[in-house]
Design a protein around this ligand. Structure first.
Ligand code: FAD
Ligand code: NAI
Length: 467
């Protein structure tokens, strides 16, 4: 079989690239080693984690907040099996949506492990060991990532787990230790904390979500402590030993020899993910990887072979589904002779805890490091009528603007619905809005978005209305 474009990996990078290629008239093949399409994101990432986050948040609200709203409940119980079933149902509906889209766009889907025989020939081996050979003018590598599991942590998938296993626990644990205070640790830690699990986070650096603005780290940590999280910042795990029913975690203070041990039902390892290229036989295609195992690409996302491109988690940059999607579209449109562009500075990042955290552009720490002169506008959720009405008063909107031009350089939100609100900031920054531009636009009342306007008013002229 001869294709214009073959994509290896059907995650959000790969399947979106396939659809765009079909729209542009390319004869397209998509290779996926698992039976279901959608990659990490749909099967064991974004979608199932958000399904469990929503279910657990409903339970938490019913338990903690309904009474204040005047709703009485009796015998509130968790049916974890049903919670997991609903999550599985959401995944299966979403995955079958991708099957439908592949058929609709006449994309050939080949299930099996893709490996390069040479730069223009790929061998696909299915799970029965049968092989097919296809040739392709161009190829996109979109093989994603896997969790990092150092050998000292003795990852056994039973007591020492990663996000994949944490999505399928059968009984609410009493205690869980999370290694890594990043996105996965805090999202999945929140799921179980809301269900009643005691969560202890061990984080190597001096703050959680370290890539985000420092004020977001502080705000989120305050909220998660209220939920019952315990944090050991500036600590590292030296060893994890799993027993049959529990696990012992050896922890050491980062800057001294002081050590202690924690026992728990589970240890969730969430210290980042690594690019996944196993089995691809990149050497047969002259495709190189860097010291971190990432496929090396240039500004056009072309690898070290001119006809092979790479996108998503397997290359440099943020490991986010929407970043992978943008890159898939970017490569395909280039192949079709168009001139697409990705503004990496304006890819938003979201943490789906409650309150949510969402950000776009530069953090205050980055501006300081670059010695950019900036102004800050910060508005607390508790000053919003909307937040009081819903009892979601934790959080703030922070806008960073250039001191001289007033251009918005970064927007950082912690609070209810931050994930959806960040889009306003992305649009504003894509059009290079000033803080005054945002401040002069009408924001519906009562909404959380009024905090964006108020923060912009503060950044531009330090004249908020409601504080
Ligand atoms: P992947 O989605 O990893 O897909 C790669 C695919 O390639 C896989 O299906 C794999 O089986 C296949 N493959 C690999 N090698 C081969 C081969 N040789 N032959 C054939 N097939 C192969 N991101 C967000 O933006 N928002 C979120 O809310 C979010 N939540 C997450 C929650 C969790 C628990 C996790 C783990 C991740 C989350 N992410 C989230 C990150 C997101 O899932 C990834 O950034 C995204 O899936 C990357 O897409 P991708 O297409 O590069 O790779
Ligand atoms: P992460 O990079 O977000 O966080 C890892 C954390 O572990 C960091 O705070 C780091 O300092 C810490 N750490 C590293 N090594 C450590 C050690 N030995 N001991 C203690 N702490 C250590 O990685 P995470 O949470 O595993 O997520 C992986 C990727 O998945 C992220 O890059 C993220 O982009 C993506 N993801 C995105 C989500 C979203 O967009 N909402 C949700 C979940 C995952």
């Amino acid at each position: 079989m001869q294709y214009d474009l073959t994509i290896i990996g059907s995650g959000p990078g790969g399947y979106v690239a396939a659809i765009r290629a079909a729209q542009l008239g390319m004869k397209t093949a998509l290779i996926e080693k698992y039976d279901s399409l959608g990659g990490t994101c749909l099967n064991v990432g974004c979608i199932p984690s958000k399904a469990l986050l929503d279910s657990s948040e409903h339970f938490h609200n019913a338990k903690e907040h309904f009474a204040a709203h005047g709703i009485k409940t009796s015998s509130l119980e968790i049916d974890l099996a049903q919670m997991i079933n609903r999550k599985d149902e959401v995944v299966s509906q979403t995955v079958s949506g991708i099957d439908f889209l592949m058929k609709k766009n006449k994309i050939d889907v080949l299930h099996g492990l893709g490996a390069f025989k040479d730069p223009h020939t790929i061998i696909v081996t299915d799970n029965k060991g049968e092989t097919r050979e296809i040739s392709s003018k161009k190829t996109i590598i979109a093989t994603g990532s896997k969790p990092i599991t150092p050998s000292a942590f003795n990852y056994d998938k039973k007591r020492v787990i990663t996000s994949t296993e944490a999505l399928n626990i059968s009984k609410v644990p009493k205690k869980m230790v999370v290694i890594g205070g990043g996105v996965i640790g805090l999202e999945l830690g929140s799921v179980y904390a809301r269900l009643g699990t005691e969560i202890t986070v061990v984080e190597y650096l001096d703050r959680i979500i370290p890539g985000m603005d420092g004020d977001c780290s502080k705000e989120l940590m305050r909220s998660l402590k209220k939920l019952g999280f315990t944090f050991h910042l500036r600590h590292m795990v030296t060893k994890v030993n799993a027993g049959k029913n529990n696990v012992k975690i050896e922890v050491q203070k980062r800057d001294s020899d002081e050590t202690f041990e924690i026992s728990a039902d589970y240890c969730l390892v969430a210290i980042g993910r690594r690019p996944y290229t196993e089995g691809l036989q990149l050497e047969n295609a002259s495709v190189s990887v860097d010291e971190k195992g990432r496929v090396i690409v240039d500004d056009h996302l072309r690898t070290t072979h001119a006809d092979i491109y790479a996108i998503g988690d397997v290359i440099r940059g943020a490991m986010l589904a929407h970043k992978a999607e943008e890159e898939g579209i970017f490569v395909v449109e280039q192949l079709a002779g168009q001139k697409p562009h990705i503004n990496y500075n304006l890819i938003p990042g979201v943490v789906y805890t409650w309150p949510e955290v969402a950000a776009v552009g530069q953090t205050e720490e980055e501006l300081k490091e670059k010695k950019v002169e900036y102004k800050v506008g910060k508005f607390p959720y508790k000053a919003l009528g909307r937040a009081r009405a819903s009892m979601d008063v934790d959080g703030m909107v922070k806008i960073l603007a250039d001191k001289n031009t007033d251009e918005v350089l970064g927007v950082h939100i912690v609070g209810a619905r931050a994930a959806d609100m960040i889009s306003e900031a992305v649009v504003a920054m894509e059009y290079r809005a000033s803080a005054e531009d945002i401040a002069r636009m009408s924001h519906a009342h009562p909404t959380y978005t009024e905090a964006v306007r108020e923060a912009a008013l503060m950044a531009t002229e330090n004249r908020p209305i409601h504080i």
